[in-house]
Design a protein around this ligand. Structure first.
Ligand code: NAP
Ligand code: ZN
Length: 353
């Protein structure tokens, strides 16, 4: 197979951090689109994976090139590719392939296809080894997994929509977030701040739960109606039994019962955060009000496009701090301190400097 060599940033093991690394991409096949990457968001999942924190569920294969919030410009398309042409703006999220034939794929739920291939750290059927993500100069992807970006959106701020956006949009639609519902968002990070924007745009009454008192003003500006500092037990108690839906986007170990107890009868708490340690749910927090506790993983391709179009119509992007790739390790340290407002977006032009 014909290949091209490009620059990327990779981690060689769980403790070394990220450093320049040359990788190989395939030449575009008939159905492929080649994209020069302009911006790539930094998701906390990148950090969990680089440090092999999910070793029990999804062990990391090194070297790893993370990044699944990709926006760029199409440079070449294969002979049978029809959706894109050179020069178009295009985007890639957490997945680059699936079998396309199973019931989940047919239903547009590619994220649940047994043969789904993630953008990084999945077996690469074309080149062998494992897939390499967006902390790189370019990517070659089957056009079925390439998304369109509405032209009014700022590209650095649009990149995080590809994971943080769809991961919060999808469960809100699934659980019927709409006008008149009381919705909680736990953790004002990359995912959490997108959840606030979506819940607000959908007309819900939005309450943000944060451990960072300094984020209060921002939460209100982003669309929250109320902000609760979750370490304050009195403030928490006031909301007991009152929520229709809560989205938990916390990246670290925390007390999940404190939030389940805020749900009303038939209320649902959906977990999108993926801390490595198990969360202890007490029986009584669920059975008391026929509550449910569930999870959600990214979103399918049709839903990702729908979310991007929704963002175009409502002028929604992530609030980003644009950084050069050389600052990526520093950005990871800040992510761990909840010190990002509210997503890092890597300017990939910096890869050439
Ligand atoms: P992030 O930007 O680092 O945000 C996480 C937020 O969690 C922080 O800003 C902080 O919010 C809160 N937090 C952090 N440590 C905490 C602690 N010890 N106790 C309580 N709250 C704490 O991360 P992200 O990129 O949004 O990702 C969040 C999680 O979702 C990660 O675990 C990630 O892997 C996962 N994820 C899941 C999916 C999926 O498909 N389900 C997709 C993408 C990411 P406050 O400062 O407001 O407290
Ligand atoms: Zn992600």
């Amino acid at each position: 197979m014909n290949t091209i060599k490009i620059q990327a940033y990779a981690a060689q093991n769980a403790t070394a951090g990220l450093a320049p690394f040359g990788i190989t991409r395939r030449e575009p096949g008939p159905e492929d689109v080649e994209i020069e990457i302009l911006y790539c968001g930094i998701c906390h999942s990148d950090l969990h994976s680089v440090r092999n924190e999910w070793s029990e569920f999804m062990a990391t294969n090194y070297p790893i090139v993370p990044g699944h919030e990709i926006v760029g410009r199409v440079t070449r398309v294969g002979s049978a590719a029809t959706k894109f042409k050179a020069g178009d703006v295009a985007a890639v999220g957490c997945m680059v392939d699936s079998d396309g034939t199973c019931p989940k794929c047919k239903a547009g739920l590619e994220q649940f296809c047994p043969n789904m291939i993630l953008t990084f750290n999945s077996p690469d059927k074309h080149l062998g080894g494992f897939t390499y993500g967006g902390y790189s100069g370019s990517i070659v992807v089957d056009e079925r997994f390439v998304l369109r970006v509405p032209t009014n959106l700022n590209l650095a701020g649009a990149a995080p929509l590809l994971c943080a956006g769809v991961t919060t949009y999808s469960p809100m639609y699934h659980w019927g977030v709409t006008k008149g519902k009381k919705v909680g968002v736990v953790g004002l990070g990359g995912l959490g701040h997108m959840a606030v924007k979506f819940a607000h745009a959908l007309g819900a009454h939005v309450v943000v739960f944060t451990t960072s008192p300094g984020k209060k003003e921002d939460a209100l500006r982003l669309g929250a109606d109320e902000v609760v500092v979750s370490r304050n037990a009195d403030e928490m108690r006031k909301h007991e039994g009152s929520f229709d839906f809560i989205l938990d986007a916390v990246s670290a170990d925390h007390d999940i019962n404190a939030y389940i107890n805020l749900l009303g009868v038939d209320g649902n708490l959906t977990l999108v955060g993926a801390p490595a340690k198990p969360l202890g749910v007490t029986a009584f927090s669920l059975i008391a009000r026929r509550r449910s506790f569930s999870g959600s993983m990214i979103g399918g391709i049709p839903e990702t496009q729908e979310m991007l179009d929704f963002c175009g119509a409502h002028n929604i992007t992530a609030d980003v701090e644009v950084i050069p790739i050389q600052k990526v390790n520093e950005a990871y340290e800040r992510l761990l301190k909840s010190d990002v407002k509210y997503r890092f977006s890597i300017d990939m032009a910096s890869l050439k400097s």
